[in-house]
Every structure is written in C-alpha cells, then in structure tokens.
Ligand binder design. Structure first.
Ligand code: GLY
Length: 388
C-alpha cells in the first residue's frame, strides 16, 4: 500500500503531549493529524496526576521550575476550557499536598527542601508531626513533621486524556491508527512519516511527541534524534470504601528509605499509590517486589492502607532526558519539531506544552518562557562548546 494523505501538521504520538499539541494546532487553523495505533494510551494511563511543581522541586532544576510553575498557573483556565469544549469532568482537585518525614534523616531532607522552596519564592508551610496528623488523621503516629503545600493540586490523567481526545475530534483532528515506522526526509526536510501498513502521511510540519519511543524512530538523523530513555514507574490503585471516607483529604507523600512514595486520593474514592523509578529499558512488568515496596512504604506512612481493596497494578514508562527537562520546539532538521522528554512532569506540563507548540507551529520559534528547552541544547555542536 502507498496511499498518501496530507495535512498542515502531523503529530507522531497520541499521548497527552501529542493530543494537546494537536488540539492547540487545530485551534490555530492548521489541518492536523495524529498517528498512533492507540491514541489516548501512553504514560498518562498510569500516572497519578500530581501537579507538584513545589513538592517535586529538586536542586539544579530551577529552570524547569519556571516552566512547571507557568503550567501550574494555567491549569485552572486550561481545565475549565477543556470541560467547556467537551463536557468532560477532569477530576481537577485543588486539595493541596502534604510532604511528611518519618525519621530524623527525612526531616533534615524536608527542611532542606523547605529552604530551597523559600529561596525560590514558593509557598510552603512547615508543620509539626502533630499538626500533620491533625490535617490527616490517618497518618502514622511516628510522623515527625511535614511541609504543607496548598498550591500543589491534582488531576485525573485518564479523564484528561479522554477530554483531550474528544477536544481533538471536535476540532477536526484526523487520527491514523497505526505505528509511524519512519520519518520521511526529502532534501534535508522532514516531509511526513510512513506507517507500518506502507501509507505515506505527508505534512508541512511534523511534531515528534512519542514519549519514551521518541528516541528510536527510524529516518531521524542521529544528530537530531532526541536523547530520551524510558524510566519505569509501577503504580497501584486502591479503592476507599464509603465507610472509610474521607481516608485522606489531600495528596500525602514522603521519601522512605530513599524512595519516593505518594498517595493521591480522588473524589471518586480511588487512591493512587506510586511510584517506583527503575532504569530497565522497555520492561513494563509489574513485579512482586515493586508492589511490595510501594505497599510497605505507603503502609509506614498511612498504616490503614492495608485495609483497602487493591484494584489495579500497572507500570508505565516516563520519557526521561539527560537534564530531566522536556525537549520542545524546532530541531536542526527543517520541518521537524519535538515535544517529548517530559519525564516526571508530563501531566503538569501539558497546558504550557500545548501553548508553546502552537506558537512554534505558527511562528517557527519557541515563546520566551520555553526557550531554555530547545532540543538544540543537546546538539553535538552545543555539547562540544566550551564555556568562555
Ligand atoms: N511525578 C511523579 C512520578 O513521576 O512518579
């Protein structure tokens, strides 16, 4: 087969990042298509949906913080617009987050995080163990203190995905349900993709938004292929029976024995517990060890969790980049832009990514707030440049 179908914009990947890019492109008047065998799949089907710009702040990631905060600020309007357009409830909940410490080491670590948050001008409040338990009575008696961050919210990523799919359909986005086998390049310009059934999809502009698969698409020159790798996360879903509600009223998280554990309570009674972080390539097996460690750590934090029905176990792949930040915008290959490498922040960064990519498609340039995330920072020339 070699049918050819044409659009202004072709997005490779129908996860949340590809969908938001396609939706915003279609709103700008571009004829837009998405190629993905299963649009709406991907890491967002596993993610907990924490919008945790403040509690997930890390040393050395202050540039990323700016983008994370810009996206968090957009969430209320973004969610309202999506709900308006589609009628879907996204499970957007401004319930806040409590990061707690279980021992003296954890407390020292949280104190450092608090200092970094304050230096960065962020709102967070130090609470004693007793104050933490007053807020969340299900917490373990041994909790030594914590950080209350009312500005870190949550959304249900599965509902978000469903709404983005519906918004794309309403905006006229065409879905090609197949794998992109390779990017086609003619005279040093990306002209589209060829799918596994041999169909050539051509477009004026191609956006590679295939999550952790973005780093291994045939046809993309080596110097342009994004340095993105999969980082496995196992996540559990439990259900809070009505008789235990409210079990938790906000997201609760901690670092236990060096591993992050978080409990994200939804209004519908779902309780999401995540997540492992494993460098195991493309493996998405749910392991006894992964489930055991998550439950053990969550149980230390909230002992009552062992009473709850365990309803789902699943693993997803975070698309990680060398500096943990996304790759957004034009590449050295004319006609090809990237929207990938969102690592731990794909759900949080969805609104700002959609806006930045629409700007890229319309003007050829990243908006000021996203300039630092150009893929060119990893080009061979940039990597060999010596600081003056
Ligand atoms: N942002 C949460 C995670 O990646 O596990």
């Amino acid at each position: 087969m070699s049918r050819t179908r044409t659009s202004d914009v072709l997005v490779i990947g129908g996860g949340i990042i590809g969908l938001v890019t396609a939706w915003r492109a279609a709103q700008r008047g571009f004829t837009t298509a998405v190629v993905d065998p299963e649009p709406g799949g991907g890491a967002a089907q596993v993610a907990a949906g924490m919008l945790a710009a403040v509690t997930e702040l890390h040393y050395g990631e202050q540039t990323l913080l700016g983008l994370n905060l810009a996206s968090a600020r957009r969430y209320p309007d973004f969610a309202a617009e999506l709900t308006d357009v589609t009628g879907h409830d996204l499970g957007y909940r401004r319930c806040g987050t409590l990061a707690v410490a279980l021992d003296a080491d954890d407390r020292a670590h949280l104190r450092e995080l608090h200092a970094l948050q304050r230096q960065s001008g962020l709102d967070s409040e130090w609470l004693s163990g007793r104050e933490c338990r007053r807020l969340e009575p299900m917490l373990a008696p041994g909790v030594r203190g914590g950080l209350r961050v009312d500005g870190d919210h949550q959304i249900d990523p599965r509902r978000l995905t469903g709404a983005l799919l519906a918004a794309c359909e309403r905006a006229g986005v065409v879905f090609h349900r197949d794998w992109a086998e390779r990017v086609d390049v003619v005279r040093d310009r990306a002209t589209g993709v060829t799918t596994t059934d041999g169909t050539a999809l051509t477009a004026d502009q191609v956006v590679l938004a295939a999550g952790s698969l973005s780093g291994r698409l045939a046809g993309v020159p080596d110097a342009v292929l994004p340095p993105v790798r999969p980082v496995k996360g196992q996540v559990l879903r439990l259900t809070v029976p009505q008789r235990y509600a409210p079990f938790l009223s906000r997201t609760v998280r901690a670092v236990v024995r060096g591993s992050q554990v978080y409990l994200v309570p939804r209004e519908n009674g779902e309780l999401v517990v995540g997540a492992t972080s494993e460098e195991l390539g493309w493996d998405t097996t749910v392991t006894a060890g992964g489930v055991y460690e998550l439950l053990r750590d969550a149980h230390e934090l909230v002992p009552g969790i062992t009473e709850l029905p365990l309803t789902e176990t699943r693993a997803g792949l975070r698309p990680a980049s060398p500096d943990n930040a996304p790759l957004l915008g034009p590449t050295e290959l004319a006609g090809l832009s990237l929207a990938t490498g969102h690592y731990r922040n794909g759900v949080l960064l969805t609104p700002v990514t959609g806006d930045a990519m629409a700007h890229v498609l319309a003007t050829g340039e990243l908006p000021e707030e996203a300039r630092a995330f150009t893929p060119r920072r990893f080009s061979p020339a940039a990597l060999t440049e010596q600081p003056a």
